[in-house]
Design a protein around this ligand. Structure first.
Ligand SMILES: *[C@@H]1O[C@H](CO)[C@@H](O)[C@H](O)[C@H]1NC(C)=O
Ligand SMILES: *[C@@H]1O[C@H](CO)[C@@H](O)[C@H](O)[C@H]1NC(C)=O
Ligand SMILES: *[C@@H]1O[C@H](CO)[C@@H](O)[C@H](O)[C@H]1NC(C)=O
Ligand SMILES: *[C@@H]1O[C@H](CO)[C@@H](O)[C@H](O)[C@H]1NC(C)=O
Length: 668
């Protein structure tokens, strides 16, 4: 194999009798997305709603999640190919429009931004709009209301913030106009006046008159009121007036009559209500006609009566962050999306319940599967997230059957492994320090240091008597482990890699280690001799490996795409039953390959849900599930793995008894 023009030598194991005859087929196993952890609140707005089906709809990465919090079930709309940025509900409350950004695929070709209109009951796509029209990405969208949702209006996030109006069922664009070079935050159709569209954002609010095919702009006049930095949100009052909330914490009422007194000018803002400290970030009208506003900085939710008098208020606790989305729930309840990617359900009397969480900004976060389906397996998994940047390089480890909760406040975790007894977890950090925590109590059991560079892999031997610590300083440090992972003493140091350690695996007899480096090396080490480099690598071709996470090796090299520069694959893991390899690639995809995969250009099943590089994949202990983590998209996906029986073709489908899984379609 060649990588960046350098040869990588691999030796064919003795049990491969005739390498020429080796064929790699698609695996009979398949993945199905079962659960999505996370919500995109940090940089999106107005994206959490309750549907008549009792589900909360929101999005993360390229998945729209429909979450029934009472039954703890999720359904997913998976039509998008890149990050979703905005969502609008049709007046019938069944159809939904979601807009995505512009991305690039793995060959560098542009993935065009577009809007998908889909049915939230059947999850079928009804229309795809704007391919080739939108440039930068769909920033905001809204259905018309006065004409029962026949039209859709969209703001493109390009420099001119193009406003387009579509007859979405006919897929035809009927009007288009540049709005402004300033930031445009949102667009809305007037609920009763079919000819009015409102856009707003940085220091402006525009009222657009739409007469079928052209759009005429009128600028809202702040007059004697201070022009806000941002108009952040808006609701249409039952009087036909418009209420805006801005970054100065002010609510302004815009009446229609005020526009008529100034010919050619837009409405004039009037009737100021001071509500929040800092910005009013979102608003929603309740069924009763009262109004809720949510603050950015003050994290307050205020209920306003029909005369716009503040009636009640409640503060969202600090740890959830600022309010990003607010909508009406069942009964007295309201739903809140926050900047730290939580979705809360609350009432003024009872406070908040957390419904959705993945705290991208936290130093380290345990995602509990508590109550989140998966019964009776209940696997707990530990998720480390590199804190202060927006979620770079999440790390994941799965453990099963016992609960881990960790509050590692000292440093960013980078890699981790549980002792085979399950008693402790060893966590490697940026600085070369590593921590051992009691898996049950999360008490600190020990702190050790190896070198002063980032640790990239921690892996216990199969018998749990040794720990290998791979570092960016090119060494693997070996420790003797005793007392079920509570005592460590340095046993050796593996010296020989010319670049940082990326992956390593142990042999089942605990005698050998295979390792990869940033320089695409594959080296083998004899642990019994104090970690001696095995110079004749051909001698290692028949060693069995207890785990397979090395991305370079004879058994896995077929997973590499042609002409790879070595950065296309972030992680892989062989399933415990040794049938498949799951792979995390740099282009948002999770792959499933057959194992072994020892022929170039092997075929794989490919799965989309992430919208940035996939940082890691891991199987649960009995291969029932795969977990994958996204980088910038801050999501965690839980996939169920199913085995579809392989059957002799072509007469197979007729012979499958009713009720049995059908065969996969024949490959061309
Ligand atoms: C995995 O284990 C769980 C419970 O321990 C069980 O319900 C499930 O059927 C197992 N899956 C497989 C594929 O063996
Ligand atoms: C990837 O996940 C495995 C657990 O399956 C864990 O041991 C490893 O540290 C993770 N690596 C990174 C870089 O997150
Ligand atoms: C450490 O482990 C090695 C390899 O298993 C063993 O040979 C050695 O005796 C151990 N040392 C101690 C102090 O336990
Ligand atoms: C390396 O090991 C193989 C056996 O696996 C042997 O045939 C070969 O001669 C060895 N090469 C060297 C240079 O020792």
């Amino acid at each position: 194999m060649f990588m960046r023009g350098r040869p990588i030598t691999m030796f064919i194991p003795s049990d491969v009798e005739n390498y020429e005859d080796v064929r790699i087929e698609l695996p009979s196993e398949r993945l199905k997305l079962e659960w999505v952890y996370g919500y995109r609140g940090r940089d999106c707005r107005a994206n959490v709603y309750l549907l008549p089906t009792g589900e909360i709809v929101y999005f993360i990465a390229s998945v729209v999640v429909l979450f029934n919090y009472e039954e703890r079930t999720q359904r997913h709309y998976l039509g998008h190919t890149d990050c979703i940025k905005c969502l609008a509900i049709h007046p019938d409350k069944i159809r939904i429009a979601t807009g995505q950004i512009a991305g690039v695929d793995k060959d560098g070709r542009a993935l065009q931004p577009h809007v998908r209109v889909w049915d939230s009951v059947s999850l079928s796509t009804l229309q795809v709009i704007g391919l080739g029209t939108f440039e930068r990405g769909v920033g905001s969208l809204a259905f018309s209301k006065a004409d029962s949702g026949q039209h859709l209006t969209v703001i493109d996030d390009c420099n001119d913030h193009m406003l387009t109006v579509w007859n979405w069922q006919k897929k035809s664009k009927i009007a288009e106009i540049k709005t402004t070079n300033e930031v445009v935050l949102s667009v809305e159709f007037h609920p009763t006046d079919p000819n009015t569209i409102v856009t707003y954002g940085k220091s402006h609010i525009f009222f657009w008159t739409w007469n079928g095919n052209s759009l005429v702009r009128k600028q809202g006049i702040f007059g004697k009121y201070e022009k806000p930095k941002f108009v952040q949100c808006l609701v249409f009052l039952r009087t036909g007036d418009i209420l805006t909330g801005d970054s100065g914490g002010v609510l302004l009422v815009w009446t229609r009559s005020s526009a008529e007194t100034v010919p050619g000018k837009g409405p004039r803002g009037g009737h100021v209500v001071a509500g929040h400290e800092g910005s009013v970030f979102c608003m929603c009208e309740m069924r009763s006609g009262t109004l809720l506003t949510g603050g950015g900085k003050d994290r307050k939710i205020i209920l306003w009566d029909h005369e716009l008098r503040a009636d009640r208020e409640i503060e969202v606790p600090d740890q959830y962050g600022a309010i990003r989305a607010l909508s009406e729930g069942k009964g007295e309840e309201f739903l809140v999306g926050t900047s730290r990617n939580f979705i809360l359900r609350g009432t003024f009397n009872d406070g908040f319940l957390v419904e959705v969480q993945v705290r991208a900004h936290d130093i380290m976060k345990l995602i509990e599967a508590d109550g989140y389906s998966l019964d009776p397996v209940r696997p707990w998994f530990l998720y480390l997230c590199d804190g202060f940047r927006v979620s770079v390089g999440p790390l994941l480890y799965l453990c099963d059957g016992f609960r881990v909760s960790v509050a590692l406040r000292w440093e960013h975790g980078h890699c981790a492994d549980f002792h085979p007894s399950g008693a402790v977890v060893a966590i490697g950090t940026h600085s070369g320090r590593w921590f051992v925590l009691d898996a049950e109590t999360t008490d600190l059991v020990g702190i050790h240091t190896d070198g002063n560079e980032q640790l990239s892999v921690m892996r216990f031997s199969v018998d749990g008597n040794m720990l290998a610590v791979g570092s960016h300083d090119n060494f693997i440090y070996l420790y003797n482990v005793s007392d079920r992972g509570r005592k460590y003493s340095r046993y050796g140091k593996c010296t020989g890699h010319s670049s940082y350690i990326t992956h390593l695996d142990w042999s089942p007899d605990n005698h050998y280690i295979m390792s990869n480096s940033g320089d695409y090396e594959i080296l083998y080490w004899d642990v019994t001799k104090g970690c001696e480099l095995i110079r004749n690598r051909s001698e290692c071709k028949d060693i069995d490996w207890a785990t397979y996470t090395c991305v370079l090796g004879f058994h896995v090299f077929g997973v590499w795409p042609e002409g790879s520069d070595g950065t296309d694959i972030n992680a892989l893991m062989r399933s415990n039953n040794r049938k498949v390899i799951a792979l995390a690639d740099d282009f948002c995809k999770v792959h499933l390959f057959a194992y072994p995969c020892s022929k170039a250009k092997a075929p794989s099943h490919k799965y989309s849900a992430h919208s940035s590089h996939v940082t890691n994949v891991s199987f649960l202990f009995n291969d029932s599930h795969l977990i994958s983590t996204g980088g910038k998209d801050t999501s965690i996906m839980q996939w169920r793995m199913r085995s579809v029986p392989m059957c002799p073709r072509p007469w197979c489908p007729q012979r499958v008894p009713p009720g049995e899984p059908r065969c996969p379609p024949a490959e061309p």
